[in-house]
Structures are given as structure tokens and as C-alpha cells.
Ligand binder design. Structure first.
Ligand SMILES: *Cc1c(COP(=O)(O)O)cnc(C)c1O
Length: 335
């Protein structure tokens, strides 16, 4: 796998830490748990979208773009990081916000919404759930073009094959670190949403012939639909890199921790956010990494992850949204 062939901007100095979380292992009574700290990636607040944007923004700059356009939910980490990278590169940025949960968008909300203000989006426009997001972004792009600008549209979550290269690169980084530290992982657990993270990781691990299974924990979709999405994007990413095709058997997306729906709280999520904060000083988020960690905890507790397994949790970030979820995290009915 030779990723150096692809233009890339760098927003993180060096590698993110790969650490043990021994106090969580003790709290769960087993499994040797490790964490890949992609919450500490570069750009404002870190998180997984930074790796995807390294390849996407290099492409935008090569094409002479002056304005980035993207889409996300009201507390979108992807929108926050796209704005941050636009500020860093001297580009304009326009956001389309999809109100996936009706009534959930408030322009004056804290968390990532506050950061949209501070980082100076040229436009933040809310659309209803189910809107044609590609058409909405195309309308923004047309407005930019009409004003003499050069737009570059980034799909939701940055989950195109080009964006997913960021997580093929992460697979390589994990394998290098694990070799350096003499640690052989039995499994990797990761949140699975717009699928670029999970898919890129799979494409990279297959290319490297790593032999490490990945368990995806869904944050939105049902199992079969998400597994199909991940397989398709993992195969397209492998095509782009020119490496062997992942197959259906490589993809596992568990949907037992989604709860009532995307971004809606569960007791297991609140318990996971509290446990990691209190036992390890690691901040998760209510929408993604909190549910993914709830999945890991559930799998250890019910024995699907053995007490002797060495498991790596890929921390995809998200803590900048915590302040917007204070009521949820303190809700007696969820604690
Ligand atoms: C976007 C996001 C995810 C999900 O990653 P996908 O590539 O969209 O599947 C997980 N965690 C956080 C914090 C995110 O912002």
C-alpha cells in the first residue's frame, strides 16, 4: 500500500498515541483494553474527520477551490473540522445542517454550534430531515460560482473513497505502532456512521494483510444496511488505492447500541461516557464514541469479547459537543 502517491495536507504532527486503559479493564473484569487516541488529532477539537480532510482538502486546493461546502447534523463534528481546516487554509466555508431529529437545531446551542459561530462560517443553513442533501449542497455551490468563487463539495462525514484514505493511513499507523511496541491486537472496535472511518480502516487492514477483525458499532443504521454501506465504500477505497478487495466476511456492524435513533441518548451511552471519564480521564461524546464504547463494554460483559482478548478501541473523538448535552448526561432517568 503506497499512500504517498496521493496529495495530502498534514494537520497532526506525528502519530496519535496508542495507550493501554488498564483501569477500564479492571472495572470490566477482563480483556486487555487499548485506545487509539484519534480524539487528539489536529485541528480544532480533534477527531476522526481530520484524517479524511487531509486528503480531501489537498484535492480541493489542487483544483483551485476557494470555498468548502459540506453537510452534517446540528452537532456535527465534521462541520466543525471542515470549518477549522477552511480557517487554517484561508478558504471560505458554507455549511448545510440537516435537522435529522425534528426540533433538534437551535442556532444558539453550545458545543459544536457555538464553534460554527466562532470559526466564522460564511453560511449556516438548516434543512429538514430527509432533504436531498446533494441538491442542497449543489445549490450552495451554484451560489458560490455565480459570485465568481470556486466551490468544493465534501460529502457528509467526508466519507468518499478519497476521504476514507485517511483511515487506510490510520490502519498503517496502528500496525506500525503495534509492531514498534510489540503488541498484537486480536480485534479493533470502532464507531460506524457515514462509514468512511470503518471502510478506510478495513481497506487498509486488508491491504496490509493484518488479519485483525474489526467490530463496527452502529450509531444510526440497522445492521444489514450499514454492512452493505461499509462493504461498498471499503471496496471503492481499495480500488482507489489499488489493493485487494475487502469481502462481506470482513464487515461486522452491530446495531444493538443505537438505541431509539441517531444522536438520541441511551443509558448505556451515559454509563460509558461517565465510566471512561471517571476511570481514565478520557472524554467520549454522546452521539458516536459514547455509543461505540457502550458497545465495547457490552461485548466484554456478555462474553462475546473474551477476557483474554487484546482489544483496541479506536477513539474517533467528539468531546467538543459534550457541553451541548449537559441535560442529557445529568438526566436522572438516564443515570
Ligand atoms: C463522524 C464521527 C464518527 C463516525 O465516523 P464515520 O466515518 O462517519 O463512520 C465517529 N465518531 C465521531 C466523533 C464522529 O464525529
Amino acid at each position: 500500500m503506497n499512500l504517498a502517491r496521493f496529495p495530502r495536507r498534514r494537520y497532526t504532527p506525528g502519530f496519535t498515541p496508542l495507550e493501554r486503559i488498564p483501569r477500564l479493564s479492571v472495572a470490566l473484569g477482563g480483556a486487555e483494553l487499548w485506545i487509539k487516541r484519534d480524539d487528539l488529532l489536529g485541528l480544532a477539537g480533534g477527531g476522526n474527520k481530520t484524517r479524511k480532510l487531509e486528503f480531501l482538502v489537498a484535492d480541493a486546493l489542487a483544483k483551485g477551490a476557494d470555498t468548502l461546502i459540506t453537510v452534517g447534523a446540528p452537532q456535527s463534528n465534521h462541520c466543525r473540522l471542515t470549518l477549522a481546516v477552511a480557517a487554517r487554509e484561508g478558504l471560505q466555508c458554507r455549511l448545510v445542517i440537516e435537522e435529522r431529529v425534528p426540533g433538534s437545531y437551535a442556532a444558539d446551542a453550545l458545543g459544536n454550534n457555538l464553534l460554527f459561530d466562532l470559526m466564522g462560517a460564511s453560511s449556516v443553513r438548516m434543512v429538514k430531515a430527509g432533504a436531498d442533501l446533494a441538491a442542497e449542497m449543489a445549490a450552495d455551490a451554484a451560489a458560490v460560482t455565480a459570485a465568481g468563487g470556486r466551490p468544493y463539495v465534501i460529502v457528509g462525514g467526508g466519507s468518499s473513497p478519497l476521504g476514507a484514505l485517511g483511515y487506510a493511513a490510520c490502519a498503517q499507523e496502528i500496525m506500525d505502532q503495534a509492531f514498534d511496541m510489540g503488541v498484537a491486537f486480536d480485534r479493533i472496535v470502532v464507531a460506524s456512521g457515514s462509514a468512511g472511518t470503518h471502510s478506510g480502516l478495513i481497506a487498509g487492514l486488508v491491504a496490509l494483510n493484518a488479519g485483525i477483525p474489526v467490530t463496527g458499532i452502529n450509531v444510526r443504521r440497522a445492521r444489514a444496511e450499514q454492512e452493505a454501506n461499509v462493504l461498498k465504500l471499503a471496496q471503492a477505497t481499495a480500488d482507489l488505492i489499488g489493493t485487494p478487495q475487502p469481502v462481506a466476511a470482513d464487515i461486522v456492524c452491530l446495531d444493538e447500541w443505537v438505541g431509539p435513533g441517531y444522536s438520541l441518548p441511551t443509558r448505556e451511552m451515559v454509563a460509558a461516557v461517565r465510566l471512561l471519564a471517571a476511570q481514565e480521564g478520557v472524554l467520549l461524546d454522546p452521539v458516536y464514541s459514547g455509543k461505540a464504547m457502550a458497545g465495547l463494554i457490552g461485548l466484554v460483559r456478555d462474553g462475546r469479547i473474551g477476557t483474554n482478548e487484546r482489544v483496541l478501541f479506536l477513539h474517533t473523538g467528539g468531546s467538543p459537543s459534550l457541553s451541548a448535552f449537559g441535560q442529557v448526561l445529568r438526566d436522572p432517568a438516564l443515570n
